[in-house]
Design a protein around this ligand. Structure first.
Ligand code: F6R
Length: 615
């Protein structure tokens, strides 16, 4: 979490950093700060609140001058969000400036040591400890800033992406990473530093991504030199050409990124299977699966590790893999798995699912599985992310940048990738007939058009949102493939509207949650035409007898549920295994409109961040 931006070059740093911070606000938005050096004075401005609040402060407080600067948008870990705790932090001498994303775990011991040597601290942060440690090393060892950063980082336990500069040497920025992402945009005699490439895509398409345990010395008008933090050895600089463009990271006429991303799903799903699903030839081509087919076919089981919405996609995958490919699957919260001392063998395959590819718990689960000899496959959206690099093989979702904090298109594209994988493995194992396989390919190819149709229910969903926006609780029920969809619907509502919501398997309702049902309780029931349809209808009857308000997600033309429910939202018919791809759509829109009607900040819900790089 936290977004960091830096600039060194011939332009004014201020507008580049402020605009860059706005693009990184998805990473954290409880406070923000900027430091600019104009050759004479170091101007620092920090505030609680959003980057827009920082802009106001800067206009009142400091001249926007300087060709070198660092900016930060924060998701608080150590110390409450306020102007003192927000970054950049300055060393005791007033010479060194730092921005940091991550956590220094041994900061308390380092702080005590520094206090005993006369250092003082203004903030509660681990970052202020790090910049003073760097200063201390620089003075004690009488070394240049780059060397001091290297020595200091070797004393640090934790995770970081940092950028540091010295007022006395304003033609140089030092950066380093361990566990938090860091990209450098390479322009003509100028460099851009950021947590991802979005702050600099209009300036350059050339970027270098730092690997873990690497640091770089960036010199204005000169070059970037990358070294290993541990032993100072030089690393080759690999410049990548960026594939994203400005349009993809702008709202494109929508009120919020979340709404834009909901409506992007037909295209995103299409992009996910394009080139992989070859219907006429009746084949699925996925290099990462093909190259490791033996690992999958010989696997005792597949373990899926993920968090949040990605975990829900994993639950859907459990149904698909077991149903179609007959491979046993266990789905794990990465945060629990990593600390549970799980039994993992060389014959296990771990699939890690992550939109950002940076989630700390998922990364730790991958490292654990690798250490036990398991084969690890990644399903990520962000190209070149830490998880994409840490896994043995993988498949990208190709959803394009997801900026709204609530995950939408990432979920449906993850399910698409996992469905393709399950189908490919089923074919290889012979657990699906040729005609069934072809039928799945045909239906999958029709999903984007059907999602477009499902999105047409927007107006009626808005009305339902208006009816229930003021309630305090919601229940979501689904069965089989759609139980995870119920969980996902409840999570979407909770995280952006702050209304309490729970998802349950429909049949579990009578084992407890039914006690909650009265005339004030809205219950979203996924009741599309699947083999469990009749059973779900019985559950609806049970709700009705207790006067609960029923919002049914039904297949086009359904009559039975329409007669029982207070509201119905229709989605097109498809195979049960593909139904989560359609049934999710109305739930996303419902939570979106409720949150908008309640005046909540849909794209940046309180306390959350898009990329959870801390435990
Ligand atoms: C919910 C949401 C989170 C993420 C979770 C994992 O809308 O976005 O629950 O799904 O933090 O993130 P990734 O997929 O980036 O690992």
């Amino acid at each position: 979490m936290c977004g960091i931006v830096g600039y060194i070059g011939h332009r004014e740093a201020y507008p580049i950093i402020i605009e860059g911070l706005k693009r990184l606000e998805y990473r954290g938005y409880d406070s923000a700060g900027i430091a600019l050096f104009d050759g004479t004075s170091l101007n620092v401005s920090k505030t609680k609140g959003k980057v827009a609040d920082l802009e106001n402060c800067v206009q009142q407080e400091i001249p926007n001058l300087g060709h070198i600067g660092l900016g930060h948008t924060r998701w608080a870990t150590h110390g409450v969000p306020n102007s003192v705790n927000s970054h950049p932090h300055i060393s005791n001498s007033g010479e060194l400036v730092i921005i940091h994303n991550g956590i220094i775990e041994n900061y308390a011991a380092l702080k005590q040591e520094l206090i005993s040597r006369g250092y003082t601290f203004k903030s509660d942060t681990d970052t202020e400890v790090l910049i003073n440690l760097i200063e201390d090393v620089k003075k004690k060892e009488n070394v240049k800033l780059g060397k001091a950063v290297q020595i200091a980082l070797n004393q640090v336990i934790g995770a970081y992406a940092i950028a540091v500069f010295d007022k006395a040497k304003p033609d140089e920025i030092i950066i380093a990473r361990l566990g938090s992402p860091l990209a450098v945009g390479i322009g003509e005699n100028e460099f851009f530093i950021a947590s991802d490439a979005s702050p600099f895509i209009e300036f350059t398409k050339n970027a270098v991504y730092l690997e873990d345990e690497e640091m770089a010395i960036i010199r204005e008008g000169k070059d970037i030199k990358i070294r290993k933090i541990k032993d100072d050895s030089l690393v080759d600089t690999y410049v990548q050409e960026l594939q994203i463009n400005l349009e993809q990271i702008e709202k494109g006429g929508f009120d919020h990124f979340m709404l834009k991303e909901i409506f992007e799903q037909p295209k995103a799903i299409n992009d996910t299977y394009r080139g992989r699903l070859l219907r006429e030839e009746a084949i699925i081509k996925m290099a990462g699966v093909e190259d490791n087919m033996k690992k999958f076919l010989n696997a005792n089981r597949i373990i899926i590790a993920a968090c949040g919405t990605s975990w829900h996609a994993g639950l859907v995958a459990e149904y698909i893999f077991e149903d179609l490919a007959r491979i046993p699957v266990e789905v794990e919260y990465a945060s629990e798995f990593r600390y549970r001392n799980p039994v993992i063998t060389e014959n296990d395959v771990l699939i890690a699912i992550s939109q950002s590819g940076e989630t700390a718990d998922t990364l730790a689960a991958i490292k654990l599985a690798k250490s036990k000899g398991a084969f690890v496959f990644g399903v990520c959206n962000v190209v070149g992310s830490s998880i994409a690099r840490e896994t043995h093989a993988g498949a990208y979702t190709h959803a394009g940048p997801e900026i709204g904090v609530a995950s939408t298109k990432a979920f449906t594209t993850q399910i698409t990738v996992l469905t393709l994988m399950a189908l490919r493995l089923a074919r290889a194992k012979g657990t699906i007939s040729s005609s069934d396989f072809r039928h799945h390919l045909l239906e999958l190819e029709m999903i984007p058009k059907k999602v477009e149709k499902a999105l047409k229910a927007e107006a009626s969903i808005k009305e339902i949102a208006y009816t229930y926006k003021d309630v305090s609780n919601f229940l979501y029920l689904g069965r089989g493939y759609n139980f995870p969809v119920a969980l996902e619907g409840a999570l979407k509502l909770k995280e952006i509207s702050y209304i309490h919501a729970e998802g349950y398997p429909a049949a579990e309702m009578k084992h407890g949650p039914i006690a909650l049902i009265d005339e004030n309780m809205p219950i979203v029931v996924i009741a599309t035409k699947t083999p469990h349809y009749e059973k779900v209808v019985s559950n609806i009857q049970e709700i009705k007898s207790r006067k609960g308000k029923i919002i049914g997600i039904v297949t086009e033309g359904d009559k039975t549920v329409r007669e029982l429910a207070d509201h119905v939202i229709e989605v097109p018919e498809t195979l049960e295994s593909l139904s989560p791809l359609l049934n999710t759509i109305p739930l996303q829109l419902l939570s979106y409109y409720i949150a908008v009607m309640l005046g909540k900040n849909v794209d940046q819900p309180r306390n959350l961040a898009k990329s959870v790089t801390v435990e």
